[in-house]
Design a protein around this ligand. Structure first.
Ligand SMILES: Cc1cc2nc3c(=O)[nH]c(=O)nc-3n(C[C@H](O)[C@H](O)[C@H](O)COP(=O)(O)O)c2cc1C
Length: 434
């Protein structure tokens, strides 16, 4: 087996010393590490100690003559199987989101055609700052995996919240999982491929290039959203993501180029699908916009209708004297309606989902009109039906043409039938246009 290689980009944060442990653990697993230090990182760890542990040359300077004779920054990124940024500073994340390339670290990150894993570490206020939220959402939309920072005490006295570097064993296990998976489709629409002549592949992982959705881009949202109350609490719902993920898997099997924008779920990624992970409704809308255009939009996510107006920057404390807190909620963006009503970006076929606990079909008909969707897939999610989190579903397909009620079946079967229906509709529309 060939040795796996990663480029580790070390940012200038107080947690930089933890990368020494990371390099050691990766070495124990037979993973070779080439490190790039930012100038700021050199204030926290020395190239000497990093090089001694990795047993590899350490890179710090974009204009290093020796390596630049061979365009070292391009080679560095291309010869690796994976790029890991740990600790990722707020500054590095901002540079990545903005596409900057003004030092070796950011240039390697912009020039790469390999998967990138980001392990952030910063003060909680920096992490929760709207600019960082925006930048993290942009990275997610660009197909870059960003680990959630750990929550706890910071190096600065009296500071606590989300922002600590994820635990090193967690970073190691994510690196191993990413090295074990070949996510070819992840890179198919990466602009780097277009300019560099790097790997391109528009067929899904199982090679179903002649499928009924071959050449189509299908965008699917799935799972719940989490709306923060404070750094440790959030408002959520019981959506498991099983139905949306099953549709993504079925569309990929039918040969589509699939982008799945997923809220936080406990199930695995469907094979052959580009997955963009988000937490909140606002992040989901941004990721959906970034993934467009698409031939089909399937909006299966259970997006929270409301979010807390001003989430606490610190964990809210229960004290004997303090009154019970009251949450002020504000409306979240309506992703289905926003996209379906925007003529500039609307996919030609828009499928919405309605999760109802009563008057399912009446509500779905109303939703079809008010949201501007072509179809609404309505399901009864009353607790006694066990749909949310379960493996079976009973759906009604509501369109301008009427209502079709399907018998109860597995969520994969529902997905197959929806995908068949999508393919047939696109085919009919294509034939009508000729
Ligand atoms: C003592 C000290 C600790 C710092 N810790 C962090 C940190 O944990 N995370 C962060 O984003 N920035 C931190 N900074 C700020 C960064 O070092 C600064 O933004 C720098 O420009 C980052 O450069 P880089 O992104 O090129 O590594 C720290 C600065 C100092 C002086």
């Amino acid at each position: 087996m060939t040795q796996k290689r990663i480029v580790l980009i070390i940012g200038g944060g107080i947690a930089a010393y933890k990368c020494l442990d990371l390099i050691r653990r990766l070495g124990d697993r037979g993973i070779a590490v080439r490190a790039v230090l930012t100038r700021a990182a050199e204030q926290f760890v020395t190239p000497l100690s990093v090089g001694a542990l990795s047993n590899q040359p350490v890179f710090t300077n974009l204009f290093d003559l020796d390596s630049e004779r061979e365009i070292g920054h391009i080679r560095l990124s291309r010869e690796a199987d994976l790029i890991v940024v740990a600790p990722a500073t707020a500054d590095l994340i901002a540079k990545m989101a903005g596409g900057h390339a003004d030092d070796l670290a950011s240039t390697v990150l912009l020039a790469t055609d390999k998967p990138v894993l980001v392990a952030p570490a910063m003060n909680p206020r920096m992490w929760l700052h709207p600019a960082t939220r925006r930048n993290v959402a942009q990275l997610a939309a660009d197909g870059i995996e960003v680990l959630a920072p750990a929550v706890g005490e910071m190096a600065e006295s009296g500071e606590a919240g989300p922002g600590r570097l994820p635990e090193v064993p967690e970073i190691v296990s994510r690196i191993e999982a990413m090295l074990a998976t070949t996510q070819r489709s992840r890179w198919t629409r990466n602009p780097v491929d277009a300019v560099s002549g790097g790997e391109t592949s528009s067929s899904p992982a199982d090679g179903t290039s002649g499928g009924t959705l071959s050449g189509r881009h299908v965008l699917i949202t799935s799972g719940p959203t989490h709306e923060p109350i404070d750094p440790v609490r959030y408002i959520a719902n019981r959506s498991s993501g099983k139905q949306g993920h099953a549709i993504a898997a079925a569309a990929a099997r039918a040969g589509a180029d699939v982008t799945l924008v997923s809220g936080p779920v406990a199930i695995g990624d469907p094979p052959g699908v580009k997955v963009v992970r988000v937490e909140t409704a606002s992040e989901m809308l941004e990721a959906v916009r970034a993934a467009l255009p698409a031939d089909v939009g399937v909006f299966a996510a259970a997006v929270a209708d409301w979010r807390v107006e001003t989430p606490g920057g610190q964990k809210m404390k229960k004290t004997a004297s303090a009154a019970t807190p009251r949450l002020t909620l504000v409306e979240n963006p309506d992703i289905l309606r926003t996209i379906a009503s925007d003529r500039n970006v609307r996919p030609p076929l828009v499928v919405g989902f309605a999760a109802e606990t009563e008057n399912v079909i009446t509500h779905a008909r109303r939703k079809l009109k008010s949201k501007g969707a072509d179809w609404i897939v309505a399901n009864d999610v009353s607790p006694e039906r066990g749909v949310m989190g379960g493996d079976r579903n009973t759906v009604h397909l509501v369109s301008a043409g009427g209502v079709e009620s399907w018998p109860e079946m597995g969520k994969s079967e529902v997905a197959e039938r929806i995908v068949e229906r999508i393919a047939a509709t696109l085919r009919e529309r294509g034939a009508a246009a000729e």
